[in-house]
Design a protein around this ligand. Structure first.
Ligand code: ADP
Ligand code: MG
Length: 294
């Protein structure tokens, strides 16, 4: 290939808000036929806020926020930030004596002497803390609206469901429509639950059959490998620590510039403003650059 044309492409990329690791990256972009999109922080803003707090009979909202907020204050997950911010705004946080992340499920630790869990209902179920019917129905109702809900439990009982709201980015639906026009197949990949994933997919025009939900961070890379083994040439777009391995495995990794450093390091291209339409620009740019070379 002529290095000059590729260098021009790289320079034009910078103008568009695309940082390209090396000129050769543009050659990979041309062959891509499948685009895997992480949900939280990529298709959605990832800026979550606490929208609803539902407690089981006899539980106290302030106590739920004090314990859950203290634990989440030690986590960097967008859900955790939403919970911790709301808890801090409503009162003092508890004292955390022990903290642990449970990959793809949530957080656990000791707060004010209580063994506290915050995360997916599956995490609580591992400790035989099952959601009472009233909380389960709030959990389902939130999921059906595309909102992420997490459960809170301590000392052997599920106590609350917290609903956090995340918005689909204004530009996501248009960008995904443009990907289709370029002949690319969009796929949604997330650790979040199936109902939320399907609702978000419907909002942005991704087929229900092209949704991979409840995927553990360590398994995101397996989804990319599976598509590649079917002969697909895969671009992956993500923002989180949990996307890094999948970004590295993909034929083309695109990181949101608004995302974590680990994701950016693992990727070939960085979309500076975190706008999905720029991913479409990147693909168009590479096709144009390469047609100059050919
Ligand atoms: P995503 O792919 O959507 O970025 P993750 O793999 O990071 O999701 O997390 C998957 C799910 O695990 C979340 O939707 C949430 O239910 C739960 N989870 C993970 N970390 C936390 C946390 N710190 N607090 C509460 N829930 C969490
Ligand atoms: Mg993410």
């Amino acid at each position: 290939a002529t290095p000059t044309a590729l260098m021009v492409g790289t320079g034009r990329g910078a103008q568009l808000g695309i940082l390209i690791k090396g000129p050769e990256v543009l050659e990979q972009t041309r062959k891509v036929d499948t685009v895997v999109l992480d949900k939280t922080g990529t298709v959605t803003t990832g800026e979550m806020s606490l929208a609803e707090t539902h407690v089981a009979d006899g539980e106290d909202v302030a106590e739920v926020l004090r314990l859950a907020g203290a634990l989440e204050n030690a986590s960097e997950h967008p859900i955790a930030r939403a919970v911790a911010d709301a808890a801090r705004a409503s009162g003092d946080l508890g004292q955390v004596e022990d903290f642990g992340n449970v990959e793809g499920l949530g957080v656990q630790g000791i707060v004010d002497g209580h063994a506290v869990l915050v995360g997916r209902p599956q995490l609580l179920a591992e400790w035989s803390q099952h959601l009472p019917e009233s909380l389960q129905s709030e959990f389902d109702r939130a999921s059906d609206r595309g909102l992420t809900a997490v459960a809170v439990g301590w000392d052997g009982r599920a106590r609350a469901v917290l609903v956090v709201a995340d918005q689909v980015k204004e530009t996501s639906a248009a960008a995904i429509a443009e990907l289709r026009q370029l002949g690319l197949r969009p796929i949604l990949l997330t650790g979040d639950n199936e109902r939320v994933a399907r609702t978000v997919a419907a909002q942005v025009g991704i087929e229900p059959g092209d949704v991979y939900a409840e995927v553990l961070p360590s398994d995101k890379v397996e989804v990319v490998k599976k598509l590649q083994s079917e002969g697909k040439v895969v671009a992956m777009i993500g923002d989180g620590v949990n996307d890094a391995a999948a970004l590295a495995q993909a034929d083309l990794g695109l990181a949101m510039g608004t995302g974590t450093d680990v994701a950016i390091e693992a990727s070939d291209l960085t979309l500076v403003r975190g706008d999905l339409r720029v991913a479409v620009d990147a693909i168009r740019l590479s096709r144009r650059t390469l047609s100059i070379i050919k």
